[in-house]
Design a protein around this ligand. Structure first.
Ligand code: FMN
Length: 379
């Protein structure tokens, strides 16, 4: 595979760590970066919280000194605020790449017209993207768009949105090949990634959805012709997946297959990095809890011990619990592989009443949209 080109950035291994709120902070990104090569996107930040310079927002977009390129994701519903947030990031040299999030399927967001259902209003989508691109352009910072296929099977927006993004000056588009209605259910529709690749010809198209292994990544590229892959849940509790991905794209069969002792070492290191990141042990360990089940997937660990790890609150307690694991356990194979993380069933998307009646934004919707951003956690 040739390097992935995102504006002036050249990413040798065409792999992107998907932005995941509550997961892809600087600590987790460090673990991923140490394993592989690629572009590692921070957790989403909302444009409004960022321009208000909230402490949490500034933490979300902070990077370690050795992190290059520095990549952040912005979510917003108002062109002027998104533009201001992107200008702030670029002018203050806080990142080398800005991704825009149009993929959120959460009802409290879509109910107000935000997230994955926003591109339905093509005037609004166009002006948000244009505003971000125009704000970043003077600083040479590339802007990308991440989106879903659309609202549901009858209201697809991704081909049009991809072309608009390209025309407005976006540096790449990424498609999570599900609709808002699909939520995280079923399997991602890689065929849609191939369709987007046909429709968007001047900028890279990135495929996203259900890459659980390096082999899946190669298969997605082969089946869709995409220029790079975006990997989310597959690396939860498995930051070493990035080593597999780098090997696979370099044509090597080498794969990381850790025994439980190595996994325990990574858990400990992740916890230490989290303490450094949050500067507060109790907060860091609380945030670590959800990672435990991901790290231990497929390994034989008793229910009580699992439960205790899921409630861990200090590094000392973590050490004591990790020491009681059967650390000589080898890699369990299939049981540790396949789907992990968020799943669920399809949901009828909650939309503002009358949202589907027009592709243009009316004044009433504009007011409701303001709330769509306020109800998103992301700084
Ligand atoms: C815990 C979690 C948090 C997420 N947060 C974000 C986010 O902040 N921004 C975003 O664009 N997508 C977010 N996503 C979606 C992922 O980036 C990705 O598109 C999705 O998980 C599909 O890819 P996968 O099958 O590789 O997981 C999130 C997903 C998960 C599971």
């Amino acid at each position: 595979m040739p390097p992935l080109r995102i504006g002036p950035l050249s990413i040798d291994t065409p792999v992107v760590l998907a932005p995941m709120a509550g997961v892809t902070n600087a600590a987790f990104r460090r673990l991923c970066r140490e394993s592989g090569a690629g572009l590692y996107v921070a957790e989403m930040v909302t444009s409004r919280a960022l321009v208000e310079r909230g402490e949490e927002s500034l933490r979300i977009i902070s990077h370690e000194p050795d992190e290059k390129p520095r990549s952040v994701q912005v979510y917003g519903v108002d062109p002027a605020t998104v533009g201001a947030a992107v200008r702030m990031i670029a002018a203050e040299d806080r990142a080398d790449h800005v991704d825009l999030n149009f993929g959120c399927p959460v009802p409290k967001v879509t109910r107000k017209g935000g997230g994955a259902v926003l591109p339905w209003k093509r005037d609004l989508f166009t002006s948000i993207v244009r505003s971000a691109v125009d704000a970043a352009a003077p600083y040479g910072v590339p802007v990308t768009v991440k989106m879903r296929k659309g609202i549901d099977a009858d209201h697809l927006t991704y081909l049009e949105a991809g072309r608009v993004a390209q025309d407005v000056g976006v540096a790449a588009v990424a498609l999570h090949a599900r609709t808002a209605a699909d939520y995280y259910s079923g399997t991602a529709d890689w065929e849609a990634i191939a369709r987007l690749k046909e429709a968007v010809t001047d900028i890279p198209v990135l495929g996203n959805g259900d890459i659980w292994s390096a082999e899946d990544a190669l298969a997605m590229v082969e089946r869709t012709g995409c220029d790079g892959v975006v990997v989310g849940r597959g690396c939860q509790g498995r930051p070493w997946l990035f080593a597999d991905l780098a090997a696979a794209f370099a044509g090597s069969d080498e794969r990381v297959r850790p025994g439980l002792r190595e996994v325990a070492t990574v858990i400990r290191r992740h916890a230490e990095l989290m303490v450094e990141h949050f500067g507060e042990e109790s907060k860091a360990l609380r945030e670590m809890r959800k990672h435990m089940a991901w790290y231990l997937k497929g390994y034989v660990v008793g229910g009580q011990l699992r439960a205790a790890l899921g409630l861990v609150s200090t590094l000392t307690e973590l050490d004591d619990l990790l020491a009681t694991l059967d650390l000589d356990q080898p890699y369990p194979g299939e049981a540790a592989e396949g789907q992990r993380g968020r799943a669920g069933s399809p949901k009828r998307p909650s939309l503002p009443a009358g949202w589907l009646d027009s592709r243009e934004l009316s004044e009433d919707f504009r007011r409701a949209l303001h709330e769509a951003e306020l109800s998103v956690s992301g700084g």
